[in-house]
Design a protein around this ligand. Structure first.
Ligand code: URA
Length: 210
């Protein structure tokens, strides 16, 4: 069982995150570091996966070797920044099924509005890992998890790079059953909903847009 909140304090993760935070880090560097960190975060978010055994033969003798139990994992990327984490995780878990959720914030109500949703089937039998680098207000993350639950998902975890206390509180209030794994919890959100000190707009930094 994962804790409600896991902060991955591994020195490699912290070092890479610090370089990503630096405003002088290039788009190419940011993207490469995000892919590298996503492998290390994926290791943590999957550390309690259940194992079964499969009968194999080594060159020396037969053995019951540990292998992952159950249906293939579902990775759900919240567009567009989630794709930066997704690419690295797929290198580690190439057989995972992948879903995408697109949400934008209504300028008047400030509530998330869905514009795209394509999810893998049989979610009720899979572990789903929702990925988004920045857990800021938590509104879109909570909405994405609600969509997954409505589609049948029962076993969900949330993986991000940086979290704000406000986003963690929002997720824990809306979805107390969803463990959160992150590399760091920062100080607060500013008046524009950005994480402080943060790293800026993750989508802009990874795709080189403004
Ligand atoms: N999304 C981002 O990309 N950055 C933030 O700081 C908050 C939300």
């Amino acid at each position: 069982m994962l804790d409600h909140l896991t902060i991955v304090s591994h020195p490699l993760v912290q070092h890479k995150l610090s370089i990503m935070r630096n405003k002088d880090t290039s788009t190419a560097g940011f993207r490469r570091l995000l892919r590298e960190i996503s492998l290390l975060l994926a290791y943590e978010v999957t550390r309690d996966l259940e194992l079964t055994t499969t009968r194999i033969e080594t060159p020396l003798e037969p053995m019951d070797a540990p292998t992952l139990d159950g249906k293939k994992l579902a990775l759900i990327s919240i567009l567009r920044a989630g794709n930066g984490l997704l690419d690295g995780i797929l290198e580690l878990i190439p057989a995972a099924r992948v879903g995408f959720v697109g949400l934008y914030r209504d300028p008047v109500t400030l509530q998330p509005v869905q514009y795209y949703c394509k999810l893998p089937d049989h979610l009720e039998e899979r572990i789903s890992i929702v990925v988004d680098p920045m857990l800021a207000t938590g509104n879109s993350s909570a909405a994405a998890v609600s969509l997954l639950k409505a589609a049948g998902a029962r076993n969900i975890r949330f993986l991000c790079l940086l979290a704000a206390p406000e986003g963690i509180a929002r997720m824990q209030q809306a979805h107390p059953d969803v463990p959160i794994v992150t590399a760091a919890v920062d100080s607060h959100l500013n008046e524009h909903g950005y994480i402080v000190p943060g790293l800026g707009d993750a989508g802009d930094r990874m795709f080189g847009t403004k």
